[in-house]
Design a protein around this ligand. Structure first.
Ligand SMILES: Nc1ncnc2c1ncn2[C@@H]1O[C@H](COP(=O)(O)OP(=O)(O)OP(=O)(O)O)[C@@H](O)[C@H]1O
Length: 277
């Protein structure tokens, strides 16, 4: 679990994060969404320590990251897996060597153990047969899967994904989303993902933090989004008439099945559809 307590960050006299609090739960895909410039990337960089917050706390399973020294931070960083937007593979290395890289950097076992771990991860993302290929020889979706294998090779407790679906077709995006979600549940990882992809929001958003101009405007699940009355969130998510109609249909479907009550109860919400901020 990662907890943000009133984090603030500014550059010069420009305040970017204006006191954000949120809890990113383990075993869940926690999404950060919002318009361009709303502060998603700055927030993500603060959480992993690429930039320092001006105020507030970031707790990794109760341990305050903001006051840790370099040594303590290094220990946390070893528990973090990162999936970068462009996959960020080394072109001169094979798929297998790319996945091996974090093990060579931080791993302790023998070469044989490392090879075994790499094989397990490649098998898990269904890329066993591509081990000897180079990035230039595989598709964009496969590159993302290599990125995922590399991100999980050290058994991370926390996984950060920056726009994992950018540049992928809708079907491949869905497969990547499913894979990330499965791994999150399987290994009880706290996954934090920055995304613009509305399919991801609706399919994988166990917990969604909607950022608006440096503040958390709304948070809830993909089910709660359908019943949200927050105007800014609705304008952002259901931007087109088509999506507004789809939302109404989904609401109707959930209302008539009575399933919305069950879903909201499970999420700790109430029947009035009041939003949590
Ligand atoms: N290093 C920096 N120095 C100064 N300003 C910065 C810096 N990094 C980000 N900003 C500013 O912070 C604001 C939020 O940027 P951020 O990258 O977090 O937006 P975002 O929500 O991730 O947008 P996008 O969806 O386009 O990636 C922007 O106005 C940006 O110009």
């Amino acid at each position: 679990m990662i907890e943000l307590q009133d984090i603030k960050k500014g550059f010069g006299d420009k305040e970017i994060l204006k006191g954000v609090s949120a809890v990113m739960e383990s075993g869940k895909v926690n999404l950060i969404i919002g318009a361009s410039g709303s502060g998603k990337t700055v927030m993500m960089k603060c959480i992993v320590g690429l930039i320092e917050v001006d105020a507030g706390k970031i707790l990794y399973d109760g341990k305050d990251f903001t006051t840790m020294d370099t040594h303590e931070r290094k220990a946390i960083r070893q528990e973090i897996g990162m999936l970068f937007q462009g996959s960020a593979l080394f072109d001169s290395m094979t798929v297998e060597q790319n996945v091996m890289f974090p093990l060579d950097m931080f791993g302790t076992g023998s070469y044989r153990d490392k090879k075994k771990r790499v094989a397990e991860c490649l098998e898990r993302v269904n890329l066993k047969d591509a081990a000897r290929k180079y990035p230039a020889e595989i598709s964009g979706g496969m590159k993302k899967r290599v990125g995922i294998a590399r991100a999980i090779v050290l058994n991370p407790k926390y996984l950060f994904c920056d726009e994992p679906n950018s540049g992928l077709d809708p079907q491949t995006s869905l497969l990547i989303d499913q894979l990330i979600k499965e791994l999150t549940v399987e290994y009880n990882i706290t996954t934090v993902m920055n995304t613009h992809d509305m399919n991801t929001v609706m399919e994988s958003g166990d917990h969604i933090v909607y950022m608006y101009q440096g503040q958390k405007q709304w948070e809830g699940s993909n089910k709660e989004i359908v019943f949200s009355n927050d105007q800014l969130l609705n304008d952002f998510i259901f931007a087109s008439e088509f999506l507004r109609e789809a939302k109404e249909m989904r609401q109707h479907e959930l209302f008539s099945s009575g399933k919305w009550k069950e879903d909201l109860k499970n999420k700790g919400g109430n029947e009035s559809g009041d939003d949590k901020k």
